[in-house]
Design a protein around this ligand. Structure first.
Ligand SMILES: *[C@@H]1O[C@H](CO)[C@@H](O)[C@H](O)[C@H]1NC(C)=O
Ligand SMILES: *[C@@H]1O[C@H](CO)[C@@H](O)[C@H](O)[C@H]1NC(C)=O
Ligand SMILES: *[C@@H]1O[C@H](CO)[C@@H](O)[C@H](O)[C@H]1NC(C)=O
Length: 214
């Protein structure tokens, strides 16, 4: 299946203005704006959850867990990012983004079900979920300009639902904690990669040889 999404926010399919083409550089500006805000919101959710619920015993008794997106190959250092071509980097970002759609829905529900009413945290997490979708639309638009398609179903599955819905409070809270932590990590990764990609495009357009893109 191809990744075909409505591009309402990115103006590509706007029937009334068929001749107006948003420049690729502008598209990058828009997705970076999204990814930057998304990362900040995800960091807020993690911080809030960490302050309210973190238990040291999780790490002595349960050990660290891998994020469900860990199997997606991504460059780690700035030098590695620099060596990764634009298309591969975009595909990895889309892969991560798609892999978050399902767990984000469940995270929002789990936060909403916490006793004590954490309305603000729920609102922010829900905002992250919505922005993740908007980001996907933008990335799809950018890739489609090169006639590049992405398999919409090829992303790592998330298998944390049982733990997230566990009646054991500690298991339940630890699953939420790990999701928030991974979400912060992955949204940061996406934001970093997109900023490099935007820089590449700006670099090419402006021929600014002094500009460093990570
Ligand atoms: C996403 O990453 C997984 C590795 O977990 C890989 O199997 C899959 O092919 C990737 N999908 C795309 C569209 O690159
Ligand atoms: C990025 O790669 C280019 C060659 O592709 C190289 O000239 C440049 O020095 C590299 N920059 C960094 C920060 O590694
Ligand atoms: C699209 O193709 C151009 C020219 O080959 C290349 O420079 C650019 O990186 C490609 N962009 C994407 C998103 O693959």
């Amino acid at each position: 299946m191809l990744l075909l999404l409505p591009n309402l926010l990115f103006g590509e399919n706007v029937v009334s203005k068929p001749t107006v083409m948003v420049s690729t550089e502008d598209l990058y500006n828009r997705v970076v704006e999204q990814s930057h805000i998304t990362y900040n919101l995800a960091a807020d959710v993690f911080h809030e959850f960490d302050v309210k619920f973190f238990k040291r015993s999780w790490f002595t008794h349960r050990g660290p867990r891998l994020c469900h997106t860990a199997s997606i190959p991504t460059p780690g250092s700035l030098a590695e990012i620099n060596e990764t071509n634009t298309e591969d980097l975009l595909k990895a970002i889309i892969n991560i983004s798609l892999a978050w759609e399902e767990p984000l829905k469940h995270l929002v529900s789990a936060l909403a079900a916490l006793p004590g009413g954490f309305d603000e945290m729920v609102k922010i997490a829900s905002n992250v979920k919505d922005r993740n979708r908007v980001l996907l639309e933008g990335l799809e638009t950018i890739l489609s300009r090169n006639q590049t398609e992405v398999e919409e179903n090829a992303y790592p599955a998330w298998s944390g639902l049982d733990d997230l819905q566990s009646s054991d409070e500690d298991t339940h809270l630890f699953a939420m904690y790990m999701l928030c932590r991974c979400l912060k990590r992955d949204t940061h990764k996406i934001d970093t990669y997109l900023k490099v990609l935007r820089c590449r495009v700006a670099h090419k357009n402006a021929k600014m040889s002094a500009l460093k893109c990570g």
